[in-house]
Design a protein. Structure first.
Length: 184
């Protein structure tokens, strides 16, 4: 298509250059697309971990939720860790996690597909929860800082169809030691 003797692509380039806004919506998207292309190319180039080539899958994602005050919370998951040197591939994946804080308890929901409940190891302190799975087929690891102090002795965990749910009772104002949690 030609407009006034100019090709459509030339017209578009001329139009883009004539804009004078300090924040150009299209340029920002082009910059983000170029950055994502660069990250993905690096992620799929022969990743090396502990001297061995790691075969996929490559997993990266994030979830966005809000806290009680409406402040956004962004949680990343997967086995690609962004860094200043570009994406880094890790052997273990971070599971997709949701943390829900109620009146008397904190619930943590984690997606751990492809594992058996006896392969899941949980460890809680009054302020953190650690989830890990270390098998030949799957490796997951995540250490969470909890929004409230909890009593690790009263924790209960269930696992069904790849979804782990850990219910942690909020603690009274006393100092508690860490505890392992049995998954049922």
């Amino acid at each position: 298509m030609r407009t006034e003797g100019i090709s459509m692509s030339d017209w578009w380039e001329k139009r883009k250059k004539s804009r004078s806004s300090w924040f150009d919506f299209f340029e920002e998207f082009e910059r983000m697309e170029a950055m994502m292309d660069k990250m993905m190319r690096r992620a799929f180039e022969t990743p090396i971990l502990k001297g061995e080539k790691i075969e996929g899958p490559y997993v990266y994602g994030f979830s966005i939720s809000t806290d009680q005050n409406g402040k956004p919370i962004i949680r990343e998951f997967g086995n690609i860790q962004p860094s200043r040197m570009g994406p880094q591939l890790r052997e273990e994946r971070e599971p997709l996690i949701d943390i829900l804080s109620g009146k008397d308890e904190v619930s943590v929901v984690a997606e751990l597909p492809g594992v058996e409940k006896n392969q899941i190891k949980l460890y809680a302190t009054e302020k953190t929860l650690t989830i890990s799975v270390d098998t030949a087929q799957r490796k997951y690891f995540k250490e969470l800082e909890l929004p409230d102090n909890i009593d690790p002795r009263l924790a209960k965990a269930t696992y069904n169809n790849g979804v782990l749910e850990v219910k942690l009772k909020k603690a009274k104002a006393q100092k508690l030691k860490g505890e392992s949690i049995q998954v049922t």
